[in-house]
Design a protein around this ligand. Sequence first.
Ligand SMILES: [Zn+2]
Length: 222
Amino acid sequence: MNVVFFFGLPGSGKGTQAEKLVERFGFFHFDTGKEIERTLYDSLFPDDPVIKRERAIFDSGVLNTPSWVEAIVRGRIRELSQEERSIVFSGSPRTLPEAEGITPLLEELYGKEALIPIFLDIPEAVSIARNSKRKICKNRVCARVAAWDAMPDAIACFVCGSALGRRSVDEPHIIPDRIMQYRTRTAPVLDFLRQRGIGIMEIDGTSKPEAVHKEIISRFHF
Ligand SMILES: [Zn+2]
């Protein structure tokens, strides 16, 4: 069992690369953003004050409250380890407190040597260009991302046929703020992992998704 984490600016291909590990090796794709979105919009208690507060935060493109995110993430990790599933994360840990919360748990359940953080390196200009083109299936159960390079003109989801639209967090005016949030809040997570003796693998994320995937599996044998 392995636990892979993808880090990188918005649009660096974290979700796409995670999906390739799912298809090839049967990893469970732990998409924190999706877990958050599901929790917020499929809640049985939509008028709950905490849900309302977190929904407002989410829709404005700011990172959700770390303790709230951590509780969702921890519960799910325990379930997956009991099922002996390898996990790939494409959006967490997003903040230092979140990393401090889940890293010891993952070390305990999977072992430190099983943890593999991969940094997908892209310039800011690439991040902005990719995110302004990104579309997602409006069907929340499906929620497939229509990748920036694969189908730029698609108007319907190729999996379920629902309409495609932009995620609220991909609106162009919000992207520079997401990049800033990444630099100030997510980058320290990499330092934290290094300090625990967990090396970060850096991969050029500007190549085509298939080339990036090949590079990754040439370095690891999952
Ligand atoms: Zn769909």
